[in-house]
Design a protein around this ligand. Structure first.
Ligand SMILES: Nc1ncnc2c1ncn2[C@@H]1O[C@H](COP(=O)(O)OP(=O)(O)OP(=O)(O)O)[C@@H](O)[C@H]1O
Ligand SMILES: [Mg+2]
Length: 355
């Protein structure tokens, strides 16, 4: 039998969220993992009923009440819960009614968040996707560029020898198209300059994007800012990051077809692992839109070059943004449903990456 102190210490260090409710199903204990999950401090939410904690998950809270009243424990896997801040999380849940003699009745709830694992798996996939594409494009570009240069050169020589200047029209087509292809290849290869880093404030980047977007957006588009001013300065190439955020935000603008809301949000995330590195502090730029969402047919592939859902799109905006952020040791991840699409730029604060 462990003493109360040890028991409490164990609870406080668990990765599983543990919540205890009293007779009225009001919260009277939550461990730190629970506070993280609900993104609220124990002080803020102690005393709330389950319905107040999970106002959008009526079915789930009804099951809890039934379990409490009947005294039967209850377990469910992969339950989707909607938090007060509208964030959806997936959890494995176990509920145990507490009715020991001489003790106040209550209910114990354990929640193990699954999304975090899903998210990490997805991040690994995004990085792998990016690296495979880059290798593929490098190889292909090399094979195309040499003959293309030869073709262009030959057309130029031919042009000089042409007896009739009218025929130049044709050599000009060859030269023009060769240049267009060369350009496309260069864009597909991504940034060819190393980032020129200096100490910057993340809001320099977001404010600039805000101004550019405001100028481009039609009247029906509302652009809002939601900043965390406490994010410390870090070393980055502002031009490259502006380009990355702009590529993402422009997609949102285009997806919304003249009506809707875009939010530019900055946040800090702590203790995040991706790319086999653990990062203590990560600055995040979220670009959120309430447009129709990414088409399910493309959602897994949008970071591959030339994948586009728009007639006039080249499908390079996102892969370019990904390589720019990658040059900063970061990653872009995303989630999308009709009505809510979020692209997140994750930028590690503590590492001064040079690639
Ligand atoms: N916020 C969004 N909402 C809906 N669909 C999106 C969103 N962002 C991206 N997409 C989809 O992903 C596709 C790929 O985007 P990407 O920026 O790579 O290329 P593009 O916008 O089509 O062309 P380019 O940026 O090169 O002009 C888009 O065509 C669009 O279908
Ligand atoms: Mg684009």
């Amino acid at each position: 039998m462990v003493d109360t102190d040890t028991g409490l210490r164990i609870l406080e260090n668990l990765n599983t969220a543990v919540l205890r409710f009293d007779r009225g199903l009001r919260l009277n204990y939550i461990n730190p993992a629970g506070e993280m999950l609900f993104a609220a401090s124990a002080k803020q939410i102690t005393g709330q009923t389950v319905e107040e904690l999970l106002p959008h998950s009526g079915q789930f809270t009804a099951v809890l009440r039934r379990s409490y009243e009947s005294g039967n424990p209850y377990t469910e896997r992969e339950v989707q819960l909607i938090l007060v801040n509208q964030q959806t999380i997936t959890v494995d849940c176990t509920v145990t009614p507490l009715n020991e003699p001489h003790q106040e009745n209550g209910l114990l709830m354990e929640l193990l968040q699954l999304d975090r694992h899903l998210r990490i798996a997805r991040e690994e996939t995004l990085l792998a996707q990016y690296q495979t594409t880059r290798t593929l494009i490098r190889g292909m570009a090399h094979e195309i560029k040499n003959p293309l240069g030869g073709l262009r050169g030959a057309a130029q020589l031919l042009e000089r020898e042409l007896p009739d200047p009218k025929l130049k029209e044709y050599t000009q087509v060859i030269i023009g198209e060769a240049d267009r292809l060369q350009n496309l290849l260069n864009r597909m290869l991504g940034p060819n300059t190393l980032p020129y880093k200096r100490l910057i404030n993340i809001h320099e980047i977001v404010e600039r994007v805000y101004t550019l977007l405001e100028a481009e957006a039609s009247e029906g588009i509302k652009i809002t800012k939601d900043y965390d001013p406490s994010i410390p300065e870090f070393k980055a190439d502002p031009d490259q990051l502006i380009q990355a955020v702009l590529n993402i935000a422009r997609n949102a603008l285009q997806a919304m077809e003249g009506n809707g809301k875009i939010t530019l949000q900055t946040r800090i995330q702590r203790n995040v692992a991706f790319g086999q590195r653990h990062h203590k502090n990560i600055a995040c730029i979220n670009v959120i839109d309430d447009g129709p969402g990414i088409s399910p047919k493309m959602i897994e592939n949008i970071f591959y070059p030339l994948i586009t859902g728009r007639a006039e799109g080249t499908g390079l905006g996102l892969p370019i943004a990904q390589s720019l952020v990658n040059q900063h040791g970061g990653l872009i991840e995303y989630s999308s449903h009709p009505g809510k699409t979020v692209f997140t730029l994750l930028l590690p604060l503590e590492t001064d990456y040079e690639q």
